[in-house]
Design a protein around this ligand. Sequence first.
Ligand SMILES: [Zn+2]
Length: 71
Amino acid sequence: MLPLRKTYEIIAYAYEAGLHCPDCSVKRFPRLLESAHTWIEDHEGNAITPYTLGDAQEDDYCDDCRKPLDC
Ligand SMILES: [Zn+2]
């Protein structure tokens, strides 16, 4: 664990059976910018769940742009 990172830092969002980096998530769901820590749902009614550094696995990557999520 890197000492300067916070384990509750949001590094991605989980929706549509995948993980998506904040950039891609905001493009798809602009409301995330207004309410980053508020429960919102995707178009299918599934919750969009913040994914934090503390949840991260080594090989996580964005399902949209394929960017690794641990950076
Ligand atoms: Zn992405």
